[in-house]
Design a protein around this ligand. Sequence first.
Ligand code: ADP
Length: 320
Amino acid sequence: MLKKIAVMTSGGDSPGMNAAIRALVRVAMHEGVETWGIYDGYSGMVEDRMVKLDSRAVGDIIQRGGTILGTARCEEFRTPEGRAKGLENMRRRGIEGLVVIGGDGSLTGATLLVKEGFPVVGLPGTIDNDIWGTDYTIGFDTTVNTVVDAINKLRDTASAHGRVIVIEAMGRHSGWIAMTAGLAGGAEQILVPEMAVSIEDTIAKLKQSRASGKKYSIIVVAEGVGNTAELGKRIEEETGLETRVSILGHIQRGGSPSVFDRILASTLAERAVMALLSGISGVMFGSRNGAVVSIDMEDAISHKKTLDTSLFRLANLLAQ
Ligand code: ADP
C-alpha cells in the first residue's frame, strides 16, 4: 500500500475542486497516508512547488470556489524533459501516487505519467461537462446555476422593455452549459457549436415568436458559436426589435459550489484515493446514472462526449 500521495488541480478552474481536495486529504489521512498538494498544476510539479497537507490545511474550503492549490497551464510538462523533472521532484519526496483534478488536457497529461510507470488517478474537474464517461464533471452544476440565475435576472429586464436579450454562456467547443441553462432558464432559443443554426433561422424563429404573442425573447448562445455581439446587432437590424447582448464571462467560473458539486467531488475523491492506495492507476472516476464508476483514462480522453440532443429537442418544444 502507498504511504504518500499527491494531489493537483490543473487546467481551467471549476467550483468544487476544493471540496475534492478536502475529501482526498481526509480520506487518505483516515487510511494513514500522507498527502502533498502540488501548486498550480503541472507547473508546480516541474518547478518543485509542493506542500504537505493535513486535515487542518483543508478546513474551511468546502464552500469555496476556485482552488486553494492554484491551477495553471504548463508548456514544459508537454516535453519528455519537463515530465522527467516533475516525476523526479515527486519521487525525491517519496510521493508514490497522484490524483489529477482537471479537464481533458490535464487528464491527457496524466496518461503520460502513467505510461512512465507512475500511478495516477484522475477526477473530471471542469465547468464544461465535456468529459466522456461521466454524466457530470465537478463544477458544471454550479456554473449552470450561475447562468440560470443570470437568465432569471435578465428575463426581468427583457420583459419590462419587451426586448430580445442574447446571453452568451461559456463553452468554446461544448454547448452543455448553454443547453442545460437554456432549458432550465426557459430560453426561447439555444445556440450551441455542435448544432449549426443559420442566423436566418434564428431571426425567422424570433419573428414567429413575436407573431405568436410573445412580448420578449431570451436567446442563450454558447461562446463557441461565433461573435455574439455581432449576432445581437444583426438581430436588431433585421427584426427591428430592441436587442441587448449580455456576455456572462468569468463570473461563470466562480462562486460557492452547489450541493451537487460538493457531493460529486467528495464521493469521486473518496473512490479515487481508495483506488490509488490499492494499486489502481490509469483510471478516472465519474458518475453514471447516479453511481460512481471508474473509466479507463485513455478511453475518457480519446472519446468525445456528445450533447444530449433529447434535452435540446425538449427545450425547443417547451419554448413554443
Ligand atoms: P484542461 O485540463 O482544463 O483541459 P488544458 O488543456 O489547458 O486544460 O491542459 C492543462 C495542462 O495539461 C496543460 O497546460 C499541459 O501542462 C497539460 N497537457 C495538456 N495536454 C497535454 C498533452 N497532450 N501532453 C502533455 N501534457 C498535456
